[in-house]
Design a protein around this ligand. Structure first.
Ligand code: SF4
Length: 179
């Protein structure tokens, strides 16, 4: 039996809808369970990002220092990275914050529109925000882009099958795009 591919799924600044779409593969998940080893994911509640990952599906854009730190680690430890969904591909909904900037967004969220205005900004739970929300490829090279909000389950399944079969690996490595 062929070795299972080491799969990671990561959730940066997104709504988790792309991860929900992954679950919409329904009974096909049982087939995939025999072909992939999920080494890091919100589904399996792992801590940290492991080494030697074959494929990382990354949902969401890069909005905070923590997102950027995670993404750099993912790039260093993954053979292939797929930008999963429009937030990862273009910034999409998350990047709407760029229209007003960090400071104004913070004022609106925590001072003007909050029902429980304490006059304090969170500093322990919310990581420092980057000045600009960016799609993944502005920070690291990306091997493939799967757009959609969210991408359909059928498209995620087709992508996984093509990587598992080895068909997509060479193509992706030659079409790497980004920083
Ligand atoms: S692309 Fe759409 S579904 Fe996916 S994280 Fe962004 S807003 Fe949510």
């Amino acid at each position: 039996m062929a070795e299972k591919i080491r799969l990671a799924t990561v959730w940066l600044d997104g709504c988790s809808g792309c991860h929900m779409s992954f679950l919409d593969m329904d009974e096909r998940l049982i087939e995939l369970a025999g072909l992939v080893d999920v080494v890091c994911s919100p589904y399996v509640d792992t801590k940290g990002f492991p080494e030697k990952v074959d494929l990382a599906l990354v949902e969401g854009s890069v909005s905070s220092e923590e997102d950027l730190e995670k993404l750099l680690k993912i790039r260093k430890n993954s053979r292939l990275i797929v930008a999963l969904g429009d937030c990862a591909v273009t910034g999409n909904v998350s990047a709407m914050r760029n229209l007003v900037g960090v400071e104004k967004a913070m004022v609106q969220c925590y001072d003007e529109l909050s029902d429980h205005n304490t006059g304090k900004r969170p500093c322990r739970v919310v990581p420092p925000l980057l000045e600009r929300v960016a799609p993944l490829h502005e920070h690291v090279a990306i091997d493939h882009f799967l757009p959609g909000c969210p991408p359909p389950a059928d498209a995620i399944y087709a992508l996984l099958k093509s990587v598992i079969s080895g068909e997509a690996i060479d193509i992706f490595e030659h079409t790497r795009f980004g920083k």
